[in-house]
Design a protein around this ligand. Structure first.
Ligand SMILES: *Cc1c(COP(=O)(O)O)cnc(C)c1O
Length: 217
């Protein structure tokens, strides 16, 4: 199926309050252009270098999201244009984003990544660590970062009830924190394999790659 038809199919499945991030990592400019021509304007990449090189070649009304792990020393390469950083997983990273955003005269939107999966390899804060960060005075005083929500990745498993439990737990935490910190407006959960489950559990933003662009090489 073409990129355009896949986009249409996915959009018909997600409610209008859920934002679709088209994850274009590893896919060539031509494929991204197909999605762009079909009206898609939000794209996600997980590597800084790839993000920078694609952003240079594509129209500048695209909103670029960095969805993958971000190293502190690479923030400077994306600070001038990135619209949302999904995977903030340390205070040190947040401070660096603030510093680089300030240099560029910008305020950068960020999501705090919460570790919900069982795999050791996934990054992110625990619930208590996230609470501490939201209350941390050094963080609340930052002028050039805007924490607008939370992001999570479920365990890569066929066990649907495990995925449901992980999303349910994160959504409960999100709802609770949102009442305390009303600036939390985004819950970024759901990828190709689990976005329908994520939407059932409060997702406001899904990050979908292979279901739009096909399998990655
Ligand atoms: C690659 C990636 C996705 C999209 O994965 P698909 O299974 O291709 O939909 C979503 N989120 C993150 C953080 C990713 O790295």
């Amino acid at each position: 199926m073409s990129v355009e038809l896949q986009l249409e199919r996915i959009k018909s499945q997600i409610p209008p309050n859920v934002t679709l991030v088209a994850v274009s990592k590893t896919h060539p400019i031509e494929k991204i252009t197909e999605a762009y021509n079909a009206g898609q304007r939000i794209f996600g990449e997980n590597k800084v270098q790839e993000l920078v090189s694609k952003a240079e070649k594509l129209p500048n009304d695209i909103s670029w999201h960095l969805i993958g792990h971000l190293q502190t020393n690479k923030v400077k390469y994306i600070a001038s244009f990135v619209s949302l950083i999904h995977a903030v997983d340390s205070k040190k990273l947040l401070l660096e984003i603030d510093k680089q955003a300030k240099k560029n005269n910008r305020i950068i939107d960020c999501l705090l990544q919460i570790h919900i999966a069982q795999e050791e390899s996934k990054f992110g804060f625990s619930f208590p660590e996230c609470e501490d960060l939201l209350k941390d005075n050094e963080v609340t005083e930052l002028k050039n970062v805007n924490i607008i929500g939370l992001m999570g990745m479920a365990t890569n498993t066929d066990n649907e009830s495990q995925i449901q439990n992980e999303f349910k737990g994160l959504n409960n935490f999100y709802i609770q924190k949102k009442s305390q910190f009303p600036f939390l407006k985004v819950l970024s959960i759901g990828m190709s394999s689990d976005y329908l489950i994520a939407i059932d559990h409060g997702s406001t933003m899904v990050r979908i790659g292979s279901s739009i662009f096909g399998l990655r090489a």
